[in-house]
Design a protein around this ligand. Structure first.
Ligand code: F6P
Length: 325
């Protein structure tokens, strides 16, 4: 049932993603334009649980469109899986007279968002934000494009060394459970091999592929490894044992991938998501995700988001193989 929305809360949850700030800005300014007040909730679900909210206005979100991270701060808060923790969060929602929540976060945040609506009836819209691009129902999450660009920038530099020294390089990128980031980076960098958590590594295939590349005259090879598919150090050791004549090196990119100014795409998408999220709350689309599918902003129920897993685009794996000739 459509409820009257006069005041909403906005929070950022899970790992920070570049694009969260422009999304917060869009939420606050869209709400203002509709006569809706916005409270910012600090440190994600932890802040919701502790009731750490403050009033926002057009100025509190001024000059942040190009900032990475999140001005609202965020925190990993696995305790939110417990019902009594969510109950306390709900009490704070009531105390602060919040008629709805815009939650900006990733796959892990979708379930919490779904539950706080289904258990307590709080109107919720989720804006997908994660460098892993792992949220079902949207082609892109905020932060993914920026993280890909950050990683590509770093790998391009590593490639100069790999090529100059005729080396085989393993570059470990983020992605504990999903290989979307690794795959996109691999394609954009022209890597020869990608190793992702979704596909069990076939080491014989990797060895043969590296041998074939050498036969075809390649002097250096680049392997992009998602952190969830193994440790770069271990892969380097394995390759050193197999190819003692080769110079093998590895590099772990780590958190350098996550921050930095959001790319133009991340900012624009964040702004569109933020505007749509507030409209959705006003129009009674509760417990929904605002996403981007086939070039359009879309809206799907959170129930569908949490009951499905985003799959790795296998056609992109084929593209990578095709290019590595
Ligand atoms: O969820 C995004 C992500 O960057 C993952 O790719 C990575 O495994 C994880 O966060 C790292 O989290 P933290 O910064 O909490 O160590």
């Amino acid at each position: 049932m459509k409820q009257s929305i006069q005041r909403i809360g906005v929070l950022t949850t899970g790992g920070d993603a570049s694009g969260m700030n422009p999304a917060i800005r869009a939420v606050v300014r869209t709400a203002l334009g509709m006569g809706i007040e916005t409270m910012g909730i600090r440190r994600g679900n932890r802040g919701l649980y502790e009731g750490d909210a403050f009033k926002m206005n057009a100025r509190t979100v001024g000059g942040i469109i190009n900032f990475g991270g999140t001005i609202l701060k965020t925190k990993r808060f696995p305790e939110f899986r417990e019902k009594q923790v969510r109950q306390q969060a709900y009490k704070n929602v009531k105390r602060d007279q919040l008629d709805g929540l815009v939650i900006i976060g990733g796959d892990g945040s979708a379930r919490g968002a779904y539950e706080i609506h289904s258990e307590f009836g709080v109107p919720v819209v989720l804006i997908p934000a994660s460098i892993d691009n792992d949220v079902y129902g949207t082609d892109f999450t905020l932060g993914f494009d920026t993280a890909v660009n950050n990683a590509v920038d770093a790998v391009d530099k590593i490639r100069d060394t790999a090529h100059s020294h005729n080396r085989t390089f393993i570059v470990e990128v983020m992605g504990k459970e999903k290989g979307n980031l690794a795959l996109e980076v691999a394609i954009a960098c022209g890597a020869e091999i990608v190793l992702v958590p979704e596909i069990e590594a076939d080491w014989n295939k990797v060895f043969t592929s590296l041998e074939d590349q050498k036969k075809r005259g390649k002097v250096s090879s680049l392997i992009i490894l998602a952190e969830g598919a193994g440790k770069a150090q271990n892969v380097a050791k394995l390759l050193e044992e197999k190819f003692p004549e080769r110079e093998i090196r590895f590099s772990v990119l780590g958190h350098i991938q996550r921050g930095g100014n959001p790319s133009a795409f991340s900012r624009s998408l964040a702004t569109k998501f933020g505007v749509e999220a507030v409209k959705m709350l006003r129009n009674g689309f509760y417990s929904h995700l605002v996403g981007y599918k086939d070039g359009q902003i879309n809206c799907i129920p959170l129930q569908e988001v949490i009951s499905n897993q985003k799959t790795l685009p296998m056609k992109d794996v084929e593209i990578l193989d095709r290019m590595a000739t």
